[in-house]
Design a protein around this ligand. Structure first.
Ligand SMILES: C[S@@+](CC[C@H](N)C(=O)[O-])C[C@H]1O[C@@H](n2cnc3c(N)ncnc32)[C@H](O)[C@@H]1O
Length: 287
């Protein structure tokens, strides 16, 4: 795994919650449905009835909402107070007074907080652990939260070597600049991100296909908010797929699904099952 990022001060972290608050303003039924489908496809389920679901670094709270709608009892937490407020706002608007959905403030790096949560049938940490500044600790703590035979879903940025280091520089710069000057980073970064695919779509005679088929959109995300999250998301660490596989294999997890980003700059997605291989293969939890 790429070298651990130095601890960052609050001021240098990306304000995820601010971005999620803007995302929630445009959230509609179609996006919620796409998020539901993406969760079902990743877990290969059509419901989560009776399951305990933990949303680590819940961000907007969207995946907590869909897990709850699929029948799970949900605990969501995030380190960023504005994200916690976003999840609470989403709960108030979509599931007011729901006692089976608990939202907490807390960090995956805080061992005593993690131990206070208990263990879960599904632990979902999508796009979170590489933003903590301590990826190894975050991966280890997340593994502790999975109950026997439970599922662990993690999505971790792909290690592209020099390209990842250059993106790390861009992200640091974005967060160091005053807000009014961030367009100086966002503009060129967007050209780099969207320029080549837009040109390709144009040549194929299908302009703006990138907006319709954007990978983020298939999770219910908004491509613009997702691009800002990518450009600003810092701290930032990356890992090769085999590093994540080995990390959890050594801790008794069995890989059930792997969806890579095809060597690009996105996330590799992993679904592991907890427990030794024999038990995991033989002992179904029904999920
Ligand atoms: C890219 S967002 C992903 C949000 C959500 N999981 C999703 O899939 O939409 C990353 C989230 O990780 C959260 N995060 C960063 N460091 C964290 C930590 N130490 N503990 C818990 N959450 C953290 C951020 O606040 C942010 O909401």
């Amino acid at each position: 795994m790429a070298a651990v990022a130095p601890p960052e001060t609050e001021a240098r972290r990306f304000a995820f919650g601010r971005n999620w608050a803007k995302f929630l303003r445009s959230l509609d039924a179609g996006a919620i449905e796409r998020a539901r489908q993406s969760l079902c496809e990743l877990l290969e389920v059509d419901n989560l009835t009776g399951r305990r679901f933990l949303d680590v670094g819940c961000g907007s709270g969207l995946f907590s909402l869909v897990a709850r709608e699929l029948g799970a009892t949900v605990v969501s937490f995030d380190f960023d107070t504005q994200c916690v407020a976003c999840a609470e706002q989403l709960k108030r608007s979509r599931r007011p007074g729901d006692s089976e959905w608990t939202i907490l403030g807390g960090s995956i790096l805080d061992r005593s907080f993690v131990e206070s949560l208990g263990r879960f049938d599904v632990v979902y940490a999508w796009g979170v652990l590489h933003h903590t500044g301590q990826l190894q600790t975050a991966l280890a703590h997340t593994g502790l939260l999975v109950g026997d035979g439970g599922l662990l879903c993690v999505a971790i940025y792909n290690d592209q070597g020099g390209r990842s280091r250059r993106w790390r520089f861009v992200k640091r710069l974005y967060n160091r600049l005053p807000r009014a000057l961030r367009f100086l980073v966002v503009g060129p970064a967007l050209v780099g991100l969207w320029g080549p695919p837009m040109l390709r779509d144009l040549v194929r005679g299908r302009p703006f296909d990138i907006w319709r088929n954007d990978a983020a959109r298939s999770r219910g995300m908004n491509p613009w908010r997702d691009a800002i999250d990518w450009i600003g998301g810092y701290p930032f660490e990356v890992a090769r797929p085999e590093e994540i596989f080995d990390f959890y294999r050594r801790r008794g997890f069995v890989l059930r699904r792997l969806i890579t980003c095809g060597g690009g700059h996105g996330c590799n997605q992993f679904v592991f099952r907890a427990g030794p291989p024999a038990a995991a293969e033989g002992g179904s939890t029904g999920l």
